[in-house]
Write a protein that binds this ligand. Structure first.
Ligand code: NDP
Ligand code: OXD
Length: 306
């Protein structure tokens, strides 16, 4: 069995060594133009030329959860496209989002500024019930995040395409319940995949429906958010702030107004990193299962877009 590796921005050697260790019978090589056709591919942001040449692939394993960039390419029609299914990302995402929510709710930035100015000051404790959190996307990551937030006794809402039941989470589904979900939410967390239906979903119209003093946490994709609409709602005071991990262009260009907006906290697409060992173990198990004709989870539906 031949496995080809084409992951832009990732050092190949440790991935190759790891894949060799768990799939000793496989020939694992770094793709280069003209390389022989392989049975399976491990990819991140490959060029179109990769798929134009690798026409025999049975499995395409994306080393991330989001497949929006991959699905823009012409893929071999017979290949099964598989995304990472957690692989150590959901706990990181839960840490990041709980940190963002608690930091905002408990006014830790305000305390840090006071302490930096040598001031020993107290703020009036806020009512948790006045900070309902709404999580868009209740998949592998969103469900874990929503349940982690519920552990801190925040009122937690969730919104997904199909109806869900999650302990401690009030679930909404579909376009028909979107406005009700937004109106019940003060802190909005985005964990949707980027698809034609979800692009620009956080815009003036939808963000205006959040409760006054709203807060936005975007950890999915930059193109979910209309940047100017966020800035306008921060300027009007309808929104109190935002913590953003993902951007339309990454790295965020140095002249982008988000850098200068004190109500926005920026992190460099780091909320849930791909963990190499967990990912290799998951991909290897799925290659073995596919080769044995067994069912696997995490198969992408190219029509649905995730
Ligand atoms: P999943 O595919 O497991 O979950 C997606 C969720 O979104 C599902 O609940 C799905 O509904 C819902 N959804 C999709 N389309 C719609 C829609 N039109 N309306 C309402 N709900 C919708 O994805 P993951 O949880 O694994 O990952 C989510 C995203 O997080 C990734 O696509 C990626 O972009 C981003 N990500 C970001 C990272 C970072 O470091 N910043 C790291 C990893 C991922 P249903 O359940 O009904 O199908
Ligand atoms: C992912 C990401 O999709 O890192 O996994 O953004």
């Amino acid at each position: 069995m031949k496995i080809t590796f084409c992951c832009t921005g990732n050092k190949p050697e440790p991935w190759l060594a790891g894949l060799h260790a768990v799939l000793p019978g496989a020939e694992v090589t770094v793709w280069e133009p003209g390389a022989p056709r392989a049975d399976h591919a491990v990819v991140w942001a490959p060029p179109q030329q990769f798929f134009d040449e690798q026409t025999r692939l049975k499995g395409v394993f994306n080393i991330g959860a989001g497949v929006d960039a991959l699905l823009k390419l012409r893929l071999p029609p017979q290949a099964t496209v598989v995304r990472l299914d957690d692989a150590g990302m959901s706990v990181q995402m839960a840490e990041y989002v709980c940190h963002a929510v608690i930091r905002h709710f408990r006014e830790f930035d305000g305390y840090a500024a006071d302490i930096a100015a040598g001031k020993w000051t107290y703020r009036k404790p806020r009512e948790r019930a006045e900070f309902p959190v709404g999580v868009m996307g209740l998949g592998v990551l969103g469900a874990r995040v929503a349940q982690a937030l519920a552990q801190f006794d925040f009122p937690v809402m969730g919104w997904s395409r199909s109806a869900k039941e999650l302990a401690g989470v009030r679930c909404f589904a579909g376009a028909a319940q979107f406005n009700e979900f937004l109106a019940s939410t003060r802190i909005l967390v985005n964990l949707l995949p980027l698809t034609p239906e979800t692009r620009d979903i956080m815009c003036l119209q939808t963000l205006s429906r959040l409760q006054s003093g709203g807060y936005v946490i975007n950890v999915a994709r930059g193109a979910h958010l209309v940047d100017d609409d966020l800035l306008a709602l921060l300027a009007s005071g309808h929104l109190a702030g935002a913590m953003l991990d993902v951007f339309r262009n990454e790295p965020l260009p140095s002249d982008h107004p988000f850098w200068q907006e004190p109500k926005i906290t920026i992190t460099p697409h780091t909320s849930a990193r791909t963990l190499r060992d967990e990912s290799i173990a998951q991909i290897a198990a799925k290659i073995r299962a596919l080769e044995a004709g067994q069912a696997i989870v995490g198969i992408v539906d190219p029509v649905r877009g995730y």
